[in-house]
Design a protein around this ligand. Structure first.
Ligand SMILES: [Zn+2]
Ligand SMILES: [Zn+2]
Length: 416
């Protein structure tokens, strides 16, 4: 009686002759022969399985494999190439992918068809797995099939490696303490970033932006290639953003470093005197869509200049009328060049007169997401109805605008 593991059956009796004929005509290396049975049993490498298969069929290993033409033997070299490509990058997980000559992939399919087997594994899977094992052992980090920090794609024809580096996402809330800076970097309209007379060779419309101030220390630490800022909406360039600040996610492409000193980032931003940040943490790509899709009520402080003086009683009446009305707003003239012209209805949840001195009127307003505040005041030549200007029967203009609060994660409320 023979003891030991039971050898799995690799093929039916009547298949043997056909298989032998196919593998004799197109002679293979051990790995390529074994890969035809990769899904039978487990615990054996394709190479070992191939030795077994060829010896059972009384065939030799090919000197020049008809399928891979020696590619399998190059796997250790690909391991070296990937290890080399990954050096200099910080990552906790990686994945190996590969590009393989399409002619080779065709030959592989010919063998599958001629041998009439369904137990094969594609060579791509073997190269990815075996190169991955080599790299894992060298760098001491696990591969990750779901969301690796870096995917190393080996071009087996060119002996080169392309790194697909996942972006880094940082969530936080920003306050903009000064007027006149946009939320995101804005390239010069004339030169599109090259530098020209109009932009004083900066390539930009504005000297700086919330994005650039936030990104400066992040980029210094992460050594990324570029960055973009996704905000939960945006305020006008001339408006401050106060209160708890506006949620944002900064996306850094191709970061060399992923372990960042978040406190140092906040400290550096907060020293700018222009922007402050809170609650900085690592985020995921999924959060960007959620952030952009979130709309919520906002509270504002408005400083308004009236064309003619109005009494406090008149102003209070106008304010009450605004609160009681459906505000119909056609797309404002100032944004009509980039947004479709349509009408929307918004509600003003609360308005409070906080000061009235001569022609200067200060208001606090809490309004639904998407309400155009400046138009609510001046009326945009009748495109917003009713407006403070129409109700007071005098021109009214917003001199200062601050966003006091973004009411995310809050029920619709009446407090300002
Ligand atoms: Zn081969
Ligand atoms: Zn320019």
């Amino acid at each position: 009686m023979v003891c030991g593991p039971v050898e799995p059956q690799l093929w039916e009796e009547d298949q043997g002759a056909r298989l032998r004929a196919v593998l004799k005509a197109k002679s293979l290396c051990f790995s390529c022969a074994g890969r035809l049975f990769a899904r039978v049993g487990r615990g054996l490498t394709n190479e070992k399985r191939g030795r077994d298969v060829l010896s059972r069929l009384k065939l030799e290993e090919a000197e020049e494999c008809w399928v891979c033409e020696g590619l399998v033997r190059e796997i250790p070299k690909f391991g070296n190439l990937v290890e080399e490509a990954l050096s200099g990058w910080e990552y906790s997980t990686f994945l190996v992918g590969c590009k393989i000559d399409p002619d080779l992939l065709n030959r592989e399919e010919v063998i599958w068809a001629e041998a009439g087997l369904r137990t094969y594994e594609p060579i791509k899977a073997e190269v990815n797995r075996e190169v991955g094992k080599i790299v894992e052992a060298r760098v001491g980090k696990p591969p990750n099939f779901d969301r690796p920090d870096i995917t190393a794609v080996v071009d087996t024809m060119l002996d080169s490696v392309d790194l697909n580096v996942s972006p880094l996402f940082l969530y936080g809330r920003y306050r903009k303490l000064v007027r006149g800076i946009p939320q995101t970097m804005w390239l010069c309209r004339t030169c599109r970033g090259v530098g020209c007379e109009r932009c004083n060779n900066t390539g930009k419309m504005y000297e700086t932006s919330v994005q650039e101030i936030v990104a400066e220390e992040v980029m210094r630490q992460a050594e990324g290639e570029s960055h973009s800022l996704h905000g939960m909406g945006r305020e006008d360039i001339d408006a401050r953003m106060l209160g708890r600040g506006r949620p944002f996610i900064l996306e850094v492409t191709r970061p060399h470093r992923r372990v960042l000193n978040l406190e140092a980032i906040a400290r550096r931003v907060n020293r700018s005197g222009k922007v402050e940040v809170d609650g900085i943490r690592l985020a995921s790509r999924e959060e960007v869509a959620g952030l952009k899709a979130t709309t919520c009520e906002k509270s504002y402080r408005l400083l308004v200049r009236l064309g003619e003086k109005r009494s406090l009683q008149k102003v209070n009446e106008a304010v009450e009328a605004l609160k009681a009305s459906k505000i119909v707003q056609r797309t404002p003239t100032r944004v009509a060049h980039r947004r479709a012209d349509k009408e929307r209805v918004r509600r003003v949840r609360q308005v409070e007169v906080t000061a009235l001195r001569g022609n200067a009127l200060e208001l606090r307003v809490r309004a639904e997401a998407g309400t155009y505040l400046k138009e609510l005041v001046h009326g945009d030549e009748g495109r917003t109805r009713p407006s403070l200007s129409a109700l007071l029967d005098t021109p009214a203009d917003v001199v200062e605008l601050d966003v006091l609060e973004i009411h995310d994660e809050e029920p619709h409320g009446q407090s300002l």
